[in-house]
Design a protein around this ligand. Structure first.
Ligand code: SF4
Ligand code: SF4
Length: 290
């Protein structure tokens, strides 16, 4: 079913909150690129589709819209329809397959981190693919979160599963370690089921078949966990949102609606424990020098 665009009352609240509109005048904003442009798209009238490349799909506009207009959904569907009409660019391929690059970056770290920051490589990416040379580049870790987790002893407790996502695994494993430690301090036995990239970069860049393949493998693996009555927490909001919403609405994957009822953001999970009076908030002071 097509989203209802007639709910839009032109209040422009979405524009006021869009971080991309604040950053660049090249994007006309969620209202114009979303419900306004959709009227023209539905009548097959030409509008500049390049606009849609600027939306980073953060979904803030959807959260603040008083009329519940599904603006990001309009953007992604129009972007996918547009991408179907043309061959993917090298830039789309590179950004869409970020999970492969992160795997490679981790295997070859620290050389990969040095290469990603090398002036000539930055110039090449900037000139050749339009990836701005000022974009902060990731620092890859050779020892992934998954390796660390496998190497440690299992603890007893109430089971909870963790979907860590690629960023935590290859770039910021300390985030995953902290989450495991907080959960264990609260008497949970953390499980890390086999998992793939959530597929969001592939979806955003038009590689839907590949994204569906990864999504099916994730659903199959996580289903075995939830069938045993174990909930799944995630720490990356974009990965969690993909598992919870896009697997059902964009990829239409079997089993997606069942999965979403058992997926919780880690903050939501801890808040729930706190409200039930079950959260142990006594943590040691962390000494950091900034
Ligand atoms: S916030 Fe919602 S109702 Fe207001 S202009 Fe944006 S889409 Fe329309
Ligand atoms: S989803 Fe796109 S249009 Fe909406 S606030 Fe985020 S960047 Fe802006």
């Amino acid at each position: 079913m097509k989203p209802n665009i007639d709910q839009c009352i032109k209040c422009s609240i979405c524009n006021a909150y869009c971080p991309v509109l604040k950053a660049t005048g090249l994007f006309p904003g969620p209202k114009l690129a979303g419900p306004d442009a959709e009227r023209f798209r539905r009548q097959r009238k030409a509008i500049p589709s390049e606009w849609l490349e600027y939306c980073d799909y953060c979904k803030i506009c959807e959260r603040v819209c008083p009329q519940n207009v599904p603006i990001p959904d309009l953007h992604i569907r129009s972007r996918l329809a547009w991408k179907e009409t043309r061959k993917p660019s090298y830039r789309d391929w590179l950004l869409g397959h970020a999970y492969l690059l992160q795997k490679l970056g981790s295997w070859t770290a620290p050389v990969s981190t040095w290469a990603a920051g090398w002036g000539f490589a930055r110039w090449l990416l900037d000139r050749g693919l339009g990836i701005d040379r000022r974009t902060p580049m990731p620092s890859y870790r050779r020892r992934t979160f998954a390796h660390w987790f496998k190497s440690r002893p299992r603890v007893k407790g109430e089971p909870v599963a963790y979907f860590h996502g690629c960023y935590t695994n290859y770039i910021q494993p300390e985030l995953g370690r902290a989450i495991v430690e907080v959960l264990e301090k609260n008497d949970f036995a953390v499980q890390v089921p086999p998992q793939e990239c959530c597929g969001l970069p592939l979806i955003s860049n038009g590689f839907l078949a590949l994204a569906s393949g990864l999504g099916k493998r994730n659903i199959q693996s996580l289903q075995q966990t939830i069938e045993k009555g174990t909930d799944v927490v995630f720490s990356s909001p974009s990965c969690g949102m993909t598992l919870r919403e896009e697997y059902e609405t964009i990829l239409d994957l079997p089993g997606a609606s069942r999965l979403k009822d058992h997926l919780l953001d880690i903050c939501q999970f801890l808040l729930q424990l706190y409200e039930e009076g079950r959260l142990n908030p006594r943590f040691n002071e962390v000494r950091e020098t900034y």
